[in-house]
Design a protein around this ligand. Structure first.
Ligand SMILES: [Mn+2]
Length: 399
């Protein structure tokens, strides 16, 4: 019995406000769907953020409808929760999943009402529990769900939990809602969303009563050492790069989805395969300090064509800025250049601090569902003390 774990497709997201980047999100998702149809797993679990917003643009909805229709034709059911991006902002607002559900009927299961479903095939039963994203202030309700899920799952052998949360120490997202011990116990595979990097770890979340002997004898024994390897916690990651710092992880771990074989008696981390797709290339972590660096970059960019042009984010010596801008106009889909100042020691330190603050600010804006590029642009302009800008904001935004 095989299932696919996929997450965080962010359909409708327009990085740098570019049509191409909106299309890249759709392409990455479609590549995954084609690959899933090739593999023909028994079912798919989706850990949320299918859409960038709970009111997705028509192109995003259309892409999702076409893809899920294909899965339905191949008789592959989907189990999906809402992420922080596509959970409706108010209870009275409809979920974008309603449209998919209306089309797929019993081939799409959500977890907003019922917190678990049973997948049955050839006398085998798989318990699938799930709960929509819960913000830090709503974890009491989440823990109630987990209590119920743990209770209801007791008599099943094969169990999957779907969640969309950041868990302490697994993420570099500055905030987190859970500790790993808050998750319901006894599951084989914990299918995570929200963290866009790929993470795959063995955990020890056996039922407490099974472990009482051990913990009584040796309290100081760190329980992460007594895992029997049969419980796996995974974030399959986003399917495209939603922030440029994800590119490093993409180069290291790849992007796409996980394929999990659950019915083996000796289930462990080796039953999880990474299936990779190709994303848009980024050129980051580079500094163009001299003609030689410049030539190397020209050569690198010659490997791309009009449809594969990369996004370039790099530092440049002041005297090369003009020619680099020209090069970027022709050879990059989008670029962000920062001047490398003479006094490298202090400025590189400041650049680093600025980049980190930038990333945190962007994450904050994304979570608040603001238009990231627009608000950040406005913020940078405001920092310059542009009086015309203040007039503009006063006239158009502050009524
Ligand atoms: Mn996400």
């Amino acid at each position: 019995m095989q299932f696919v774990h996929i997450s965080d497709n962010h359909l409708g997201y327009r990085q740098y406000n570019l049509d191409e980047r909106e299309k890249d999100m759709y392409n990455a998702f479609n590549m995954c769907i084609d690959e899933i149809i090739n593999i023909k797993p028994d079912f798919v679990v989706h850990s949320g953020d299918l859409f960038e917003q709970s009111t997705p643009p028509i192109n995003a909805l259309y892409t999702a409808i076409k893809a899920f229709e294909k899965l339905k034709e191949c008789n592959i059911p989907v189990y999906i929760i809402h992420g922080n991006h596509d959970v409706p902002s108010r209870i009275t607002k409809g979920s974008p999943y309603l449209i998919l559900k209306n089309m797929l009927k019993d081939k799409l299961r959500t977890f907003t009402g019922k917190k678990y479903h049973i997948f049955k095939k050839n006398n085998k039963e798989i318990f699938i529990g799930g709960s929509d994203y819960a913000s830090i202030g709503k974890t009491t309700e989440l823990f109630d769900d987990y209590k119920l899920i743990e209770q209801e799952s007791k008599n099943y052998k094969n169990k999957i939990l779907i969640f969309h949360q950041s868990i302490y120490s697994y993420s570099d997202i500055p905030s987190y809602e859970l500790q790993v011990n808050n998750l319901p116990r006894g599951f084989n595979y914990y299918a995570g969303g929200h963290i866009h990097k790929r993470i795959l770890k063995t955990v020890d979340l056996q039922h407490k009563d099974n472990n009482t002997n051990n913990s009584n004898i040796n309290n100081s024994n760190n329980n992460s050492n007594n895992t029997d390897g049969s419980q796996v916690l995974g974030w399959s990651g986003s399917t495209e790069i939603t922030d440029y710092d994800e590119y490093r992880d993409y180069k290291k771990e790849g992007k796409g989805f996980y394929l999990v074989d659950i019915s083996k008696n000796d289930f462990d981390i080796s039953c999880v395969d990474k299936i990779n797709i190709k994303c848009r290339d980024f050129i980051i972590d580079k500094e163009i300090k001299n003609e030689n660096d410049f030539e190397n970059l020209v050569n690198e960019l010659n490997n791309y064509n009009d449809t594969t042009k990369p996004i370039v984010i790099c530092g440049v010596a002041r005297e090369l800025l003009g020619s680099l801008r020209e090069l970027m106009n022709k050879k990059a889909l989008y670029s962000r250049l920062s001047i490398i100042e003479e006094d490298i020691d202090t400025t590189s330190m400041f650049l680093d601090i600025n980049n980190k603050t930038d990333e945190m600010f962007r994450e904050f804006l994304r979570n608040k569902k603001y238009d990231v590029e627009f608000v950040q642009g406005l913020y940078y302009e405001a920092l310059k003390g542009d009086n015309e800008l203040y007039d503009y904001i006063n006239n158009y935004y502050i009524k």
